[in-house]
Design a protein around this ligand. Structure first.
Ligand code: F6P
Length: 357
């Protein structure tokens, strides 16, 4: 390719800059292609004229460690929202003289990338999400950093829970996937981990906390934002008014406070809720995520050089590869029943809110 566009779509995520840097450096070094950064994700592509700037060695120097995205991002802009929007996006790609586009994003962005690829654009996707819920990819960059942040928060919550003999609830992000809650709950020694994939039984959870209160006098519960009690209403909704990316209307703080109100009357201790929110998406990526994001960015450049389009970079069985965007679009990777981490959690006595059989 002679001129490659790159954009970051959807919620930001630690490691985005590492991908931008790797794609740019790999292309500059290997084929001298011009790299054009599109600003604010699909929103910048839908402006007249499109908002874009050239990325050279200087532009990507020193960004590996930076959180967020130097290009900016947007959640709601969708080139597939109408025929006019699609036509504008395609016209802007032509006006910018791009012969390929790298889209770094989550399931929403990959769905859009697939739609644009069907219109003839040469696209390579790079999986991004702290939620780790992208189909076809066993680990997205940003997840390790989010788990480290939540784990540190849980450690801090442990000491205050212990001092005040309280039951503390910590709510994590993750939408309909419980990966962040599960891994950080295990790393941060949570006594109960509640996931969107496993509706919890309130009496079982209350009995578990009460038993812990008698033994240890405190308890820490880690709950994913999409979790709900058995028979309860869904905690996240997808608004039909939003773009086809299926991005949820987040109700951060919904489940932690709801659970606190449900548990308080059942326990002989004060209950407090903490919602971690967007702190989980911010800050510098961990070394693991810097390396993973660099590998993904370089892999995207290799796919471009090989003329492999309409696909997303993947990691499967520890190997880098790619998968057709058609397979990824509108899919999610949630925690499967019987996952080894679930089994281990249960076997060491962590409560997953499941009634004893
Ligand atoms: O997809 C990442 C994520 O952090 C989700 O876990 C969360 O529900 C959502 O983004 C919140 O995004 P925003 O507040 O940007 O709409």
């Amino acid at each position: 390719p002679q001129r490659v566009g790159i954009l970051t779509g959807g919620g930001d995520c630690p490691g985005l800059n590492a991908v931008i840097r790797a794609v740019t450096q790999s292309l500059l070094r290997q084929c001298g292609a011009e790299v054009i950064g599109i600003e604010d994700g699909f929103a910048g592509l839908l402006c007249e004229p499109a908002r874009a700037r050239r990325l050279d060695w200087d532009a990507v120097s020193g960004i590996l460690l930076l959180g967020g995205t130097i290009l900016g991002s947007s959640n709601r802009a969708n080139p597939l929202a109408s025929a006019q929007a699609t036509a504008l996006a395609l016209a802007n790609v032509r006006r910018l003289g791009l012969d390929a586009l790298v889209v770094i994003g989550g399931d929403g962005s990959m769905t859009i990338a697939h739609g644009l690829a069907q219109q003839g654009l040469a696209i390579v996707g790079v999986p991004k999400t702290i939620d780790n819920d992208l189909y076809g990819c066993e680990r997205s960059f940003g997840f390790d950093t989010a788990v480290a942040t939540v784990t540190e928060a849980l450690e801090r919550i442990q000491t205050t829970a212990h001092s005040h003999h309280r039951v503390m609830i910590v709510e994590t992000m993750g939408r309909w996937a419980g990966w962040i809650a599960l891994e950080s709950g295990l790393a941060g020694a949570a006594d109960a981990i509640l996931l969107p994939e496993l509706d919890y039984d309130l009496p079982t959870l209350a009995r578990h906390c009460q038993a812990r209160l008698q033994r240890e006098r405190y308890s820490v519960i880690c709950i994913g934002e999409g979790a709900k009690a058995q028979g309860g209403a869904p905690t996240l909704q997808t608004s039909p008014a939003l773009p086809a990316d299926g991005h949820p209307v987040p109700r951060l703080g919904g489940v932690a406070h709801q659970l606190s109100a449900q548990l308080q009357p059942l326990l002989d201790a004060e209950v407090r809720a903490t919602v971690l929110g967007h702190v989980q998406r911010g800050g510098s990526p961990t070394p693991f995520d810097r390396v993973l994001a660099t590998l993904y960015g370089n892999q995207a450049a290799q796919l471009l050089l090989q003329g492999q389009f309409g696909c997303m970079v993947t990691l499967s069985g520890g190997q880098l590869g790619h998968i057709a965007l058609a397979e990824v679009a509108q899919q999610q990777r949630t925690v499967p029943a019987g996952h080894p981490l679930l089994q281990a959690a249960q076997q060491i006595g962590v409560c997953l809110g499941q009634a004893d059989r």
